[in-house]
Design a protein around this ligand. Structure first.
Ligand code: GRF
Length: 197
């Protein structure tokens, strides 16, 4: 019932999972300089680096990634600031077993620079979304969301910091629901046992 976490950078969501007692069996980064690797090592979690630049194709990179993941036979793969687009083939291989956290209230603002875009759009609220990963980027079934107010004078940085606090609460909680078998997907929509629509 373990989770493999894929990162590319800081690793604050990884830290939140570890702090919450999520059983993380390995952390894999596509960047050797990802700060989250040192964090994982300090916590005694196995780490691996699969540098995408060393592979000629996306498929060969993903084959190496899959090999590393499969060694751990995880129940779930959690993307936490993992900055590589996954091919439909990779997503299909782990159908229903990959989750991501995205820093916006999807379906608003898929893609990058979400905080600046929310400010530019004049959004009154902003937030984060945990969703299953499908072939279409930032569009999979939504497991959980948390929102924050946009405040006068906010910059992308202040807004990002407010959202990040929520991310650290939401992601471990949603992962726990999945590990506990409380989450099912029907017609592209998530149902969580014990919660009403
Ligand atoms: C988070 O804002 C997350 O929503 C996004 O990338 C960022 C990763 O931050 N997908 P961290 O590496 O977990 O600190």
């Amino acid at each position: 019932m373990s989770v493999v976490v894929l990162i590319s950078g800081r690793g604050s969501n990884l830290q939140a999972m570890l702090d919450a007692g999520i059983p993380v069996s390995a952390v894999i980064s596509n960047r050797v300089d990802a700060a989250g690797l040192a964090l994982a090592a300090r916590r005694g979690v196995a780490t691996a680096v699969i540098e995408h630049g060393r592979y000629a194709t996306r498929e060969s990179f993903e084959a190496a990634l899959a090999q590393e993941i499969d060694r751990r036979a995880p129940r779930l793969i959690a993307l936490a600031g993992f900055m590589r687009v996954l091919t439909p083939g990779f997503v299909a291989r782990y159908a229903g077993r990959i989750v991501n956290i995205h820093p916006s209230l999807l379906p608003a603002f898929p893609g990058l620079d979400t905080h600046a875009r929310a400010l530019a759009a004049g959004a009154a609220r902003h937030g984060c979304t945990v969703h299953f990963v499908t072939a279409e980027i930032d569009h999979g079934p939504i497991v959980a969301q948390a929102s924050v107010p946009v405040q006068p004078g906010d910059t992308a940085e202040t807004l990002a910091a407010r959202v990040l606090v929520e991310e650290h609460q939401l992601y471990p909680r949603a992962i726990r629901w999945i590990l506990d078998g409380l989450v099912t997907v029907e017609d592209g929509k998530v149902r969580i046992e014990g919660q009403h629509a």
